[in-house]
Structure formats: structure tokens, C-alpha cells
Design a binder for this molecule. Structure first.
Ligand SMILES: C[S@@+](CC[C@H](N)C(=O)[O-])C[C@H]1O[C@@H](n2cnc3c(N)ncnc32)[C@H](O)[C@@H]1O
Length: 221
């Protein structure tokens, strides 16, 4: 058995995904009256993301269970001890990553979110999962909160906040990524700047599109 496959984590994730499915973000007024092009523009904006996500504060916007499983496996496979997450929301991906840290023997997960109500929900979920001791919640814009006080070396980086900022967040953590560190970027298609950067071996990365819009990369030595 693993932390992920046993109680309290497994039944908690089942419940949280069921709640997320019952309240899809497509119900939000953000999407009502927005054309496909308008949505694309919003997702790619480096200036309007705060307002966009404020309107989505009641929605989980979580990774899929498959991507969650992938996060757990990658963190286990690399024996990750130091993990940084951009975009906490209700903490579903955080639970997968913290479960992996527990099963690796412990570690530190720094996660970042600017919606105070989401931080509160994520803390409650991580407490219910009995994983909250492994997680440091940083409230505020990750452009600032992830610019300071990072671990000496980072084993795994999850990018799942405002898509347009992926390369800017990478700027803040790059010098701490250990050789072989894993980078997982959800919906990275919205950030061509990021894909171009990790897609060029001259920049010190090897990268490929994986599943469910996930870009999987490693930091080269
Ligand atoms: C897609 S959701 C994250 C889902 C979460 N990773 C999961 O799988 O459960 C993105 C979250 O990032 C937050 N966010 C977006 N841009 C941010 C920023 N610049 N700083 C902090 N939080 C941000 C949003 O409020 C939103 O809750």
C-alpha cells in the first residue's frame, strides 16, 4: 500500500474529484459570452490573469486524476524531497505530490496561490489528508512569493497557475533546479514562450509533450 492508495488520501481524492465534476468551471460567468478567441486571449494574457482567476475562485480547476497519478509517480521515481508548485487551487495536485513526499520518507513542498479562500480550502484538504506538515503555503502572486526563500535544490516543479507566466516563474526557480529535476507544465500550449525555452537543449532542458496537454521536461546537468 501507498499513502496515495490508502485512507485518508484515496477516499478524500475520490470525494474532491466528484465535487469538482459537479461544479465545472464552464458554469462560471467568465465563460458565458466569451468566444473561443476571447478565452484564448485571456489564457495567454500576462496582465489580466488576476481578475480572470478571481472570477474562478469557487472552482477546483484541478489536474485530472491521471495527471495526478503521473505527478505521484514522477516524484516517487526521482525520490523527490523538494517540490515547488505554481497554482495550488483546492490542493488536489498538492495532495498527490505531498503523498509522494511522505512515501519518499519526507521533504518539503512549497505551493503558491493568490486567492485567500482557495488557500484556506487547500489547507483544510491537506489537513484531512494528514499531509499538511509537508506543505508550505505561500499566499500572494507567485511572481513574488516564489522569488525568495527557495530550497537549495529543487527536485520537481509543477507549473499549473496562470499559463502566460510559466517562463517568468521558471526565471525565479531555475538556478535551484538540480540536474535531472523534473518539470511538469499543465496546459503549456498556452505559453509558447515556455515551450520554446524548454524545447531547446541549448537552454539546458530536454522536453516533450506528454499526456492531457502536459509538457514534461528535465533540467540537464
Ligand atoms: C489550474 S488551477 C491549479 C489547480 C491545482 N494545481 C490542482 O490540480 O488542484 C490554477 C490556480 O493558480 C492560481 N494562480 C494563477 N496565477 C497565479 C499567480 N500568479 N500567483 C498565485 N496563484 C496563481 C489560480 O488562482 C488558480 O487557483
Amino acid at each position: 500500500m501507498t499513502t496515495l492508495s490508502s485512507a485518508p488520501v484515496a477516499p478524500l481524492l475520490t470525494r474532491l474529484f466528484a465535487e469538482a465534476d459537479a461544479n465545472p468551471p464552464t458554469r462560471s460567468p467568465v465563460f458565458a459570452g466569451t468566444t473561443g478567441d476571447g478565452h484564448q486571449l485571456m489564457m495567454r494574457s500576462k496582465t489580466e490573469y488576476r481578475d480572470f482567476y478571481a472570477k474562478l475562485k469557487d472552482y477546483a480547476l484541478a489536474v485530472s486524476p491521471e495527471v495526478g497519478g503521473l505527478l505521484y509517480m514522477l516524484a516517487r521515481a526521482t525520490n523527490a524531497r523538494a517540490v515547488v508548485e505554481f497554482g495550488t487551487s483546492f490542493g488536489l495536485s498538492t495532495i498527490y505530490l505531498a503523498a509522494a513526499l511522505r512515501d519518499n520518507g519526507g521533504g518539503q513542498l512549497i505551493t503558491s496561490e493568490f486567492e485567500p479562500a482557495k488557500i484556506a480550502r487547500a489547507k483544510a484538504n491537506l489537513a484531512e489528508a494528514k499531509l499538511v506538515d509537508l506543505v508550505e503555503f505561500r499566499e500572494g502572486d507567485a511572481l513574488k512569493t516564489l522569488a525568495v526563500d527557495l530550497p537549495e535544490t529543487i527536485d520537481l516543479l509543477l507549473l499549473d497557475g496562470a499559463k502566460a507566466l510559466y517562463s517568468d516563474i521558471l526565471d525565479r526557480v531555475e538556478d535551484r533546479l538540480r540536474p535531472g529535476a523534473i518539470l511538469i507544465a499543465d496546459n503549456a500550449d498556452y505559453c509558447p514562450e515556455y515551450l520554446e525555452r524548454v524545447g531547446d537543449v541549448a537552454n539546458g532542458y530536454m522536453s516533450m509533450p506528454f499526456t492531457d496537454d502536459v509538457e514534461l521536461s528535465i533540467r540537464l546537468g
